[in-house]
Design a protein around this ligand. Structure first.
Ligand SMILES: [Zn+2]
Length: 102
């Protein structure tokens, strides 16, 4: 099956990493949808949280430095949300008990 460059429509070899005409990266075009940067970002920071970390590390769209960075950011985001929820919960329980503070 002949494949074409997603950018300039030039026919390219299946083994090519880059388009010979425009230099467009063909690996990204052939990448599975769940390995795309946008999908991984949304899953990592909006849907699954750190559970999506496996996809981040399996995706060829990120280099090692980005993977480490986004892994830390994802765990940090989870801890932040957990802390905020915990504070809101404690504040709510104290309110119910009629206490302002412990
Ligand atoms: Zn091209």
């Amino acid at each position: 099956m002949a494949t074409t460059c997603s950018k300039c429509e030039t026919e390219v070899e299946a083994a090519d990493s880059f388009c010979r005409d425009c230099g467009n990266s063909l690996k990204v075009a052939a990448m599975k949808w769940y390995h795309r940067r946008g999908v991984v970002f949304v899953l990592l920071f909006c849907v699954l949280g750190p559970l999506a970390m496996r996809m981040l590390w399996a995706s060829p769209a990120f280099n090692t430095r980005e993977r480490v960075l986004f892994s830390i950011a994802s765990v940090g985001q989870l801890l932040l949300i957990a802390t905020l929820l915990m504070r809101a919960y404690v504040s709510y329980m104290l309110n119910i008990a009629g206490l302002d503070q412990l």
